[in-house]
Design a protein around this ligand. Structure first.
Ligand code: CTP
Length: 413
């Protein structure tokens, strides 16, 4: 989750970021910075022990707001009441074993724990501690109790710890994961809350032999951004992607495949469950008809080989009819000339409710870049050209239209 500038669901929301005393506190400066860049107003509350690890000034520098430390400060004794009442989300990172114990018991012996008792908004706890501490039954018990109280636990992850290699979980979740989880908490009642979204993404690789393939330049960025954006808007999301270097988006069920046929097999049984299906993958239309079982050897060949192609399934065309009634289908059209006319023809021919038209030749749009410039096409509406924008923001715009179509019942059956 890379910050793109102010973005829903963070924009204009109030987040209390609690920091307790663990070495991972330094990573949380990044969380504070990213949340702020995404447009949230971040009030950092530090425990006394946290201030041994990171100075409040670091947080003040990235949030532009004073760090709160004292339950009874000059600002007035009721600061915890104000914080807890006004917060749209509270996130504690790192949450130490001691914080978990106090939260589990409903104690209120500092500003952060009293704020937890006042808050009625989503509360996320991101534990971080030595793996042996996390594995202690008392800690696991407290974590369970916190879950029972309705707190969302984020992590801990497995991986290297401050002291030595760990055998089990204990490591603080990555800052981008924490920021994404806060977003999901803020967007839980967003425009796609309770909806299921299926997204295809990335290129496909069609083997010529065991080491060579026919592919294309798609990075998967646009489709991954759509999957993440749908999750942030409250949806349950499945992403079926061809080979992509990108990490699985937070919260999204990600299914990785290689070929167009594998993508088809993964998509077909899932289309019927989805409320929105987004076909963002750049699927190879043709595959080598008869891939060699062994590597083709130059020295054993007489000149360049001829590769015969067979047709791949058109995943969109063959699965659109499997949609449930009212489900919305979103397609992409990537063209190198005559963009709008060709895209509109594609929308009608394939039966998409919404089509995202993309010019592959334009700088700052299309493959392998972080930004995109697209035009949205819908039946009965003027084409809507969007300015050049970061792909996550383009994704938000596409899904906002898809959600509107879903609400209006326009999805064809
Ligand atoms: N698509 C698909 N399966 C394919 C090819 C395309 O699901 N085998 C989907 C894409 O994900 C996209 C839309 O169909 O949403 C249009 O893809 P595009 O590659 O632009 O067009 P094609 O249908 O392949 O047509 P052409 O090659 O003539 O441009």
């Amino acid at each position: 989750m890379r910050p793109t500038g102010p973005r829903e669901p963070w924009e204009g929301r109030r987040v209390v970021l609690g920091v307790t005393g663990g070495i991972a506190a330094y990573k949380v400066v990044q969380v504070a910075r990213d949340l702020t860049r995404l447009g949230a107003e971040v009030d950092v509350v530090m425990s006394r022990a946290a201030r041994e690890f990171v100075r409040p000034l670091s947080f003040e520098g990235v949030t532009g707001r004073p760090v709160l430390t004292e339950a009874f400060s000059a600002e007035g004794a009721a600061v915890h009441i104000r914080l807890g009442r006004e917060a749209d989300a509270v996130c504690v990172a790192p949450a130490t074993a001691d914080l978990l114990a106090r939260a589990a018991q409903g104690r209120s012996n500092d500003l952060l724990t009293t704020t937890l008792l006042v808050a009625r908004c989503p509360v996320l706890l991101c534990p971080a501690m030595n793996d042996r501490m996390w594995a202690h039954p008392a800690v696991l018990d407290n974590a369970r109790r916190c879950r029972d109280l309705g707190y969302v636990l984020v992590g801990p992850d497995s991986g290297p710890l401050a002291v030595g290699e760990a055998d089990g979980p204990g490591r603080l979740s990555e800052p981008h994961e924490i920021v994404a989880r806060v977003g999901r908490a803020l967007g839980a009642d967003g425009p796609l809350a309770g909806r299921r979204v299926l997204v295809t993404a990335g290129p496909t690789r069609e083997p010529i032999d065991p080491v060579r393939y026919v592919g294309n330049r798609s990075s998967g960025r646009m489709g991954f951004a759509i999957a993440e954006s749908a999750w942030l808007a409250g949806a349950q999301v499945t992403l079926v992607t061809g080979p992509s270097a990108l990490d699985d988006p937070a919260g999204v069920e990600t299914i990785r495949v290689d070929t167009g046929r594998q993508m088809f097999d993964a998509v077909r049984p899932r289309v019927g469950e989805a409320d929105v299906v987004v076909y963002a993958a750049a699927v190879a239309d043709f595959r080598p008809a008869d891939p060699a079982a062994e590597k083709l050897k130059r020295r054993e060949m007489e000149g360049p080989p001829t590769v015969a192609f067979a047709e791949n399934p058109d995943i969109a065309r063959e699965t659109l009819g499997l949609r449930r009634e009212g489900a919305v289908a979103v397609g992409f059209a990537l063209e190198t000339s005559d963009l709008l006319a060709r895209a509109e023809a594609k929308r009608i021919e394939k039966g998409f409710d919404l089509l995202v038209a993309n010019d592959a030749t334009e700088a700052g749009a299309g493959f392998e870049v972080e930004t995109n410039r697209v035009t949205l096409l819908e039946a009965g509406r003027e084409p809507l050209p969007l300015p050049i924008l970061p792909k996550p923001i383009v994704a938000d715009r596409i899904l906002a239209r898809a959600a509107a179509l879903l609400r209006s019942g326009v999805g064809s059956s």
